[in-house]
Design a protein around this ligand. Structure first.
Ligand code: SF4
Ligand code: SF4
Length: 430
């Protein structure tokens, strides 16, 4: 684990904290009176008026598919039964736009018959058209990209950021669902090579799950997929390419367990496991319906927040701050933590002093001190062409060590987002 608080800008010793052994208490967050689902809109500006084919007063069932009107590949599944209360636009990081669907929840689930019927014929189309919205967000879309040639699936039984023990919890406590999910993955994708990445010293009986078990370092950033590609498969992901381009798709253990549960019961499992860490740095494992406002979780755990405290979805290295306790838990939200306002490390507009710390720590060997100059100036194309922006594996270590307290990782994210948006717009005008 981090030997000193991640809240201070010190050189990290980045060992992940262990999952407690033996019986581990997981707390169930009561189903809230209202959940909110978010559908991310495509970056194409012509789809600015995109919405969903639902309006206030419509009834939805648990597992019912809700898609954007323009594009059925962007969808979610309702985790509850209830009545639509509101459909409205919503804005996320860097101007990402969403359609937010709020649903007033009924006490009893009524399961969607179309989902149940479709689960009786498991095939690749089912995976693409229904199962990408399972808890853990299984990336089935990777199989349908142009020229996709996937020959390996890697299941992450390790967590990819600090303050999350979610994947290791699933590995330890949901073996039956994981085994069914691994069988399901083989059926749905036809891929035979399935590798299960586990922490060193994990239970030898994990081999019974039907995957090739491989132990990996749990020292950050070795649990990030791009680095696992090297340690597990001896492959380096080239700049601008993805693990999928090299034939490997990464699934979280939770996504696979959720698939196993859906295949066993023929129903959408709408609960998410997540690690919640309060201001005193006490970690809690909870399970909550997807769409639950984070406020409800804080209430149950008696975590109190004040103005200017920071709430982060994800881990301290790669997570994103949210501005409201109304923010809902999403299918991929593995962790939430709260920082007391007195312990938030300041950021600055100080210039880079060329200390070289960011360059030394960068696992992708990027000249970060030069990269950040171009990003600060909004010269994103040059940042990519001259200083390897697309080699960045988004580990966040450069921000962590920067002595000038420059928010380098935020600049990197903004740069990547802007380039993606510009290229989407150019492609539509070509
Ligand atoms: S986030 Fe920073 S340290 Fe990590 S790979 Fe990118 S540039 Fe390098
Ligand atoms: S760590 Fe910060 S101050 Fe040091 S070289 Fe990198 S960007 Fe500049």
């Amino acid at each position: 684990m981090i030997k000193r608080s991640f809240l201070g800008l010190v050189k990290p010793k980045l060992e992940m904290p262990p999952v407690p052994e033996g019986r581990f208490e997981i707390k169930a967050v009561p189903t809230p009176g209202r959940v909110t689902l978010l559908l991310e809109k495509p970056k194409d500006p012509r789809l600015a008026s995109d919405t969903v084919a639902l309006s206030k007063g419509d009834r939805v069932k648990t597992g019912q598919k809700i898609c954007l009107s323009s594009d059925s590949t962007v969808y979610t599944l309702s985790p509850v039964t209830g009545t639509v209360f509101q459909v409205s636009p919503s804005i996320g990081d860097f101007g990402t736009t969403y359609i937010a669907v709020s649903i007033e929840v009924e006490p009893e689930d009524v399961f969607d018959e179309a989902f149940q019927e479709r689960m009786k014929q498991p095939d690749a189309a089912l995976a693409r058209e229904h199962l990408s919205a399972l808890p853990g967000s299984p990336p089935f879309g990777a199989f349908f990209r142009e020229n996709a040639s996937i020959d390996t699936l890697c299941i992450m039984g390790v967590d990819s950021d600090f303050l999350s023990t979610t994947q290791r919890y699933i590995l330890a406590h949901q073996r039956g669902a994981l085994k069914r999910g691994i069988d399901g993955l083989k059926t749905l994708t036809g891929v035979e090579r399935i590798v299960l990445a586990v922490p060193a010293g994990a239970d030898p009986q994990l081999v019974d799950l039907g995957a090739e078990v491989r132990e990996v370092f749990t020292r950050y950033p070795h649990t990030l997929p791009q680095l696992l590609m090297q340690t597990l498969f001896g492959q380096t992901v080239p700049a601008g390419k993805t693990c999928e381009d090299l034939g490997t798709v990464f699934f979280s253990a939770e996504a696979v367990a959720a698939l196993g549960e859906a295949m066993q019961h023929g129903r959408f499992p709408g609960h998410k496991v997540l690690t919640v860490t309060g201001k005193d740095q006490t970690a809690h494992m909870v399970t909550a319906r997807i769409g639950t406002p984070v406020r409800e979780i804080f209430n149950m755990l008696e975590i109190e927040t004040q103005e200017l405290d920071r709430i982060v979805f994800g881990g301290p290295m790669t997570g994103s701050a949210v501005y409201s306790e109304d923010q809902p838990i999403l299918p991929h939200t593995d962790a939430v933590f709260v920082q007391d306002r007195s312990r938030i490390p300041p950021i600055s507009q100080n210039p880079c002093i060329n200390c070289g710390e960011c360059v030394r720590i960068c696992p992708a060997r990027i000249p970060v001190n030069m990269l950040v100059r171009y990003l600060e100036a909004g010269r994103y194309d040059e940042a990519a062409d001259l200083y390897d922006l697309h080699c960045c594996i988004a580990c966040g270590l450069c921000s962590f060590v920067c002595v000038a307290r420059i928010p380098i990782f935020q600049y990197i994210r903004l740069g990547k987002y802007e380039l993606e948006r510009m290229h989407a717009a150019e492609a539509n005008h070509a």
